[in-house]
Design a protein around this ligand. Sequence first.
Ligand code: SAM
Length: 250
Amino acid sequence: VTVHLVGAGPGDPDLLTLRAARLLASADVVVHDRLAAGVLSMVSPWAELIDVGKRHGDSHTQESINALLVELGRRHECVVRLKGGDPYVFGRGGEEAMALTEAGIGWEVVPGVSAAISAPAAAGVPVTHRLLADSFTVVTGHRAAEASTDWAALAQAGGTLVVVMGVAQRAEIAAALMAAGLDGDTPVAAVCDGCTPRQRTVRTTLAELGAAPVDAPATIVIGAVAALDLHGDIALAARSGRHASAMMDG
Ligand SMILES: C[S@@+](CC[C@H](N)C(=O)[O-])C[C@H]1O[C@@H](n2cnc3c(N)ncnc32)[C@H](O)[C@@H]1O
């Protein structure tokens, strides 16, 4: 194995896996997205760092990143491709794996802690709860304008809806979910910069989501669990069962 597709977790270096930390300490070269400085500080000082974080108007297309990984995989013993969260959760890690296989380069995936579950957790929101939600669905909001996501089906599915990359389209997403029958009073928690020192949680409702001050990167949790704050007062009420059953009834 020469190329390691490594999940960097949501931003706190303490949430790297041990395997990720070991690889960062021994890599010859690390190809990374826009990631928290704390995570990058785990890279050995001797390693070459290549920033391919996609910004507006820059030249790092997915194809050029795939080609770079193949080239580096031919030249080095240990290449780390470091991606936020988990490499296969909206991370395009699958495309990079396919390009490496096609080129005959040995690779492995090192799963990471996805922001889809860890940002809510850090804000005191469990994505499932025995009394409130027995499933969760993770969906990208970034294709909301293309009408390629069946928001009506997601509204009917019940359980918790976790929207990533949904900040810009949040008003359209909320409107589509309400048009499909979700109550405007449905609780929403938008966790911005989760698991970093800048973490901020916006508590709102589906009807108010479009106007709520949410900044990217944010993970938007929609559903009964979004009313919980397990680090705050609501935790005590939920533990005694009062709050949770009130929400189930209401
Ligand atoms: C391209 S996706 C990559 C997801 C990543 N592979 C993962 O598993 O967490 C980027 C989106 O993840 C979410 N995200 C990433 N880091 C986050 C964080 N620290 N706090 C909240 N949401 C985050 C945001 O919705 C952001 O737009």
